[in-house]
Structure formats: C-alpha cells, structure tokens
Ligand binder design. Structure first.
Ligand SMILES: Cc1cc2nc3c(=O)[nH]c(=O)nc-3n(C[C@H](O)[C@H](O)[C@H](O)COP(=O)(O)OP(=O)(O)OC[C@H]3O[C@@H](n4cnc5c(N)ncnc54)[C@H](O)[C@@H]3O)c2cc1C
Length: 592
C-alpha cells in the first residue's frame, strides 16, 4: 500500500487540455480500478471515470442505505437508472468503484470449471483473487434471519453445507462481503490503495466521448488516444506515449464499453451510419450477446425483528438456480425506495393519476382503487402498473394481489416502513437467453437501448420455476418458521408479490397460480448483466479488440456467462489478472 487513492484522484477540470500516458483506462469501475493500480507499478497510467469519489455519496457507505443509492435518479447520482425494453428497471454505475459502489456486496469466486473453460491461468487467477480479498472482502456477521435462511436451505436439501467459503461449490454456503463488520462498504476504488501514486492519475467527472485511431501508415487502425470532457463541457485530449506496448483499455462496463466502441466507429455498419458515425470497423458483434440473469423473489413479512442484511448466504443448486436472501428495511428487490414512496403517496391519497379500474372488490369487500400510473416520475415515466389498492371506512390502506387477496397495510412492508420483512430470491445461471444493445444517441452520457429477452430460452424459465419451488420450501421449513406469519400462506405471499411495482410488465391472473407465469411477470434484475464485447466475438482471448491495434476491453462486457454465483469477485480479479499479464508482456524478461 502506497497512499490513499484520494491523494492522486482529482476532478477533471484541473486536468491539462492535452496529456500523454502509457495506458489510458476508460472507466474507473470494478475492473478498471484494480487494473490501473496494477499497471501503475511499472507504467504511466491515466484512469478516466465519469463519476465522482464513492465516499462523497453518503448512502453508498452504509449497508442500510443500499436502496437509497439506487433510488437517487438525479443527474449526478452514482446510479444511472435505465429500463430495458423488457420492462425491467435497472441501474448502472456512475462513480469511482463502479458497480462495487452500488452493489449488494456478496463476494463469491468463479468455479474451477468456469476458469478452465475461459482458459485463464488458475495460479494467477488464485493469486489475483487473494490480492483483492486482502483489501476489500470480509466475513459477514450471519445474524438470526440469515441463519434461518441458511438452515432452511440445508433442511430442504441444498446440500452439503460448506460453511464459510469464497469457493463456488454445490450446496449451501456463507460467502464473503465487501461490507465490513460495521456495515461500511469497501469498493474496488479501495484497490487503488495498491497503486504507485507516481504512476497513476485518476480523473473524476471525466466522460470519455471517443477513442482516436491512427489509420495512416498502419496495417490496421491503431488506438492512440481519447477525447474526454469535464463537468463544464471543456474538451480534453489524452494520447498514448510513443511505444509499441502502449494501449487504450476500455473498462466502462457492459453498457459503457460496447457503447464506447460504437461511438468510436467500431460496430454494425448500418447502425453506426444511421447515427451519422463514421465506420472504422464494421463489427456486427459489438452490442450482441447482452444477458441479464433474471431475479425472482418472494418477500416475507416477519412477526419478529430482522437484522438489516444484504446477501450473505447462497444455495448453489444442481439445477443451476442460486438462492440468496436479504432482510431489513432496504428491500433491494423493489429496486427503489422511491417507487415505494410513490406508491405510498398515491395509496394515502386514495387515488392514482391513471385510469380508474371499474368497481373491483377484494375478498374483504373493500372497494379497490385504481392502477398506479407514473406520469411524472423517472424512470417509470408514462408506465402504468396494475397495482390495486383501497381504503376501508376507517381509512386503513389495503392492497390486493390479482386474485384479490387483501392484506392490511401493517403487514405490507412497503406501506409500513416500520414493519419487518426479508426477501428470498433466486437467480438463474447463465442465462441462455440473450439480447442486444443499440445506441439511442451519440451522447455517451445517455443510456443505450438494451434488450435482454428474459426467459426467451425455455430452459431459463424451468430453472426459475425450480428455484421458486426451493424458495417456497425454505419459507415453509421448520428452520424459517419463526420469521413468517402463520396466517400468511405462501399463496398470499405470491399474490402480494404480484402487486408490487417491481417492473413495468403486464401481470396475468394466472401468475398467482402458475410459477412459469409468475417468473415471467415478476422478473427483476439482479444487476449481473454482461456481454456486448464478448470474448471470441469482439475481443480475442487476450481481450484485444478484433480488427484494431492497441485497444482492449477488460470488464463484464467480455463475459459469455456470468461467473460464480455473483460476478464482482471475478470482475475485480480480472482487472488484477490482466494487469499482471499486460505487465509481463511489456517486460518479458522480468519486472525488475
Ligand atoms: C445494484 C447492484 C447490485 C449488485 N449486487 C452484486 C452482488 O451482491 N455481488 C456481486 O458479485 N455483484 C453484484 N452486482 C454486479 C457487479 O457489481 C457488477 O457486475 C460489476 O460491478 C460490473 O463491473 P464492470 O467493471 O464490468 O463495470 P462497472 O463497475 O459498472 O464499471 C464501469 C465504469 O465505467 C464508467 N464509465 C462508463 N462509461 C464511461 C465513459 N464514457 N467515460 C468515463 N467513464 C465511464 C462508469 O461510470 C463505471 O464506473 C451488483 C450490481 C448492482 C448495480
């Protein structure tokens, strides 16, 4: 450790208009930070991040305010909301540390089989994981609610129980977390503490608009610099020093990296031309193979207090569904406290701003109100959600599932923030369903349009159904019984889920009875989206962009499948791993 990274990270407004480096890294995220720290040991590195320092945002720091960060949709939010064309509300990072500054903290390595399939060197992989773990990974506290989920998983046969381990092994385990014992978040930005401060410059609020290429006198286009803009819109240019080993490296994430390639002229010809972008390399695979592991969940109101916890336990099943859980006030799966607040406001007013539903009546004979439409609020603008609610004569708010099961608000954690609940969720491995990404505008600050095609492959749907069945068994297990109301059967919990504004997709009556339809209607993201610059399609096995020189992509956009149960361990590892490999290429005779 050489120095705290805040000593060499500064706002881009103070940067020179023109500067020169050996490596220019675009995106100070989960892989960009460890990569920059590693390369700085032997080269001059510029790391450009469009967001700010993570710890200047108070909500990032604290485990209890996980959802509040995602709910911040202001233009300077560290979390940039987007909705895929599938109608699933999602977030991408805009902050140093990237997704590791927003995420639920769970840390779990990729399997040996994954490492073998990708073709990584297992020794260097393990050393790189160790390097990450020494700085930012902790053992979670495992209090009562998480323990009940763990015991429930074991009771229903997700075996063996493997105790606390970072390894990816079948059965139930407790994994690592980037939240320390005080619930304080550590991020990939902390890995910059490994950097040599003389070798690295980190510029914040620096949005890269374009990569420059030399074409004259080159066998093929060669990256030689980037244009970035500071917060005031001032244009700066950074170029590579002379030298055959110097490179621009994209670490802008699964949305940012394919977007940046396209903005720089590498992508499908017709699409680039439609946006008036000069085509450098016609590369139809850029933006293809986008995948997001679907997440489905059941929320369980608890009669007893529960701890505030994010993911600590995982059940790794043999049918490729991973069961995880979170508890306490943050309710991550809704995606946003703001949605809950919107709903609460509308419910208390007893009206939505959408069309009224005609005189439907719940099973308690309460006249139910309207569906909730979001005409003002981002990111749900112009979306209606079939979310019915009503009030009885005493003014108590009720809400209803599609089969008209009415629950009083005191056991609805969304309406009653003081009540206690947890959520058990499942994510499917892979997934096999894929989609694509397209530019909407030429402004790198705007989100591209993304389609994930959740459950298009029926095998993904079957994994979801099996995962949901396991969740139901855990809820009904003896081990978990203290944390659920006996008066709320699972069927009611399922109905309750169908009322929550977790996505903008239509809900079907049959979803209350068919787990297939439930999976489709209530799909959410676990934010593990990846692809767009996949190995073998856009980059080679050394992560070099096909068809050009001096340009690599090293981040989640290169994955053909999400690694481990959750990807961040492997994304951070990959930054370190590739940093080491690039330095070995640069100094083949040794680092000294
Ligand atoms: C809410 C949430 C919860 C999650 N929970 C977990 C979890 O519990 N466990 C787990 O393992 N994983 C989790 N993940 C997933 C994990 O965090 C991501 O897969 C991982 O962080 C992706 O890393 P990356 O390096 O590919 O991209 P990122 O970390 O997103 O890095 C990309 C960086 O590039 C910057 N950038 C983009 N475009 C530009 C540009 N034009 N100019 C300059 N900078 C740019 C962005 O601001 C960002 O900082 C979660 C993710 C989210 C969002």
């Amino acid at each position: 450790e050489k120095a705290p990274y805040s000593t060499f990270a500064r706002d881009a407004r103070s940067a020179p208009l023109v500067s020169y480096y050996d490596y220019i890294i675009v995106g100070g995220g989960t892989s960009g930070c460890p990569l920059a720290a590693t390369l700085s040991q032997r080269a001059a590195v510029l790391l450009l991040e469009r967001g700010d320092l993570p710890y200047s945002h108070l909500t990032i720091n604290n485990i209890a305010t996980f959802a509040a960060t995602l709910a911040d949709t202001s233009p300077t939010s560290p979390s940039q909301a987007f909705i895929s064309t599938d109608g699933v509300i999602n977030s991408r990072a805009r902050v140093l540390g990237g997704g590791s500054a927003l995420n639920a903290g769970f840390y779990s390595r990729a399997s040996g089989a994954y490492v073998g399939k990708v073709g990584w060197d297992p020794r260097l992989v393990n050393a790189s994981y160790d390097w990450v773990e020494r700085k930012v990974v902790f053992r979670p506290p495992m209090l009562e609610w998480q323990t009940a989920v763990r015991d429930g998983l074991v009771e229903v046969g997700v075996l063996p129980y493997n105790g606390f381990t970072y390894e990816h092994v079948y059965g139930t385990k407790v994994g690592g977390t980037i939240f320390d014992q005080d619930g304080r978040r550590h991020t990939a930005a902390d890995l910059l503490e490994y950097a040599d401060p003389r070798g690295v410059t980190v510029l914040l609020n620096a949005t890269v608009h374009q990569i420059f290429f030399k074409t004259q006198g080159q066998p093929r286009p060669r990256a030689h610099g980037v244009e970035f803009r500071d917060q005031q819109g001032i244009i700066h240019r950074a170029y590579l020093n002379m030298g055959p080993m110097n490179e621009v490296i994209l670490t802008a994430g699964a949305l940012g990296s394919p977007q940046m390639l396209m903005l720089s002229g590498i992508g499908p010809r017709a699409h680039l031309m439609a946006h008036g972008i000069e085509v450098l390399v016609d590369q139809p695979m850029v933006g293809q193979g986008m995948s997001d592991n679907p997440m489905n969940a059941i929320m369980i109101p608890s009669p007893r207090p529960v701890e505030v916890s994010l993911i600590q336990v995982v059940g790794i099943t043999r049918f490729d569904s991973y069961i995880e859980a979170a508890s306490g006030s943050q309710f991550s799966y809704v995606g946003s406290h703001r949605l809950a607040a919107n709903f609460e406001m509308l419910a208390n007013q007893g009206r939505g701003d959408g069309e009224a539903r005609n005189g439907e009546t719940g099973n308690l004979g309460i006249a139910l109100g309207k569906e909730v439409c979001y005409s003002q609020s981002q990111p749900l603008k112009n979306h209606c959600i079939p979310f019915l609610f009503g009030q009885d004569a005493s003014g108590i708010v009720y809400y209803t599932g599609l089969n008209n099961t009415v629950l009083p608000s005191e056991i609805n954690p969304l309406l009653n923030p003081t009540s206690q609940a947890g959520v058990i969720l499942e994510k499917i491995m892979g997934p096999l369903s894929t989609g694509h990404l397209e530019l909407l505008t030429r402004d790198p600050y705007d989100n591209p349009r993304v389609t994930f095609n959740y459950f298009k492959d029926p095998r993904d749907l079957q994994k979801c159904v099996q995962g949901m069945r396991t969740i139901i068994q855990v809820i009904e297990s003896r081990s978990f019984s203290r944390f659920r109301y006996r008066t709320l059967p699972v069927q009611t919990l399922i109905s309750m889920m169908l009322t929550l504004p977790m996505n903008t997709r239509p809900r079907h009556i049959s979803a209350a009875f068919s787990l297939e339809q439930f999976c489709i209607d209530t799909v959410m993201t676990i934010w593990h989206y990846h692809g767009g610059c996949q190995v073998g399609r856009v980059v080679d096995h050394d992560y070099k962009v096909l068809g050009v020189d001096a340009l690599r992509v090293i981040d989640g956009s290169t994955f053909n499948g999400s690694p481990g149960t959750n990807p961040q361990a492997t994304v951070m590892m990959l930054g370190r791993y590739m940093g080491q490999r690039i330095l070995h290429e640069r100094f083949p005779n040794g680092m000294k």
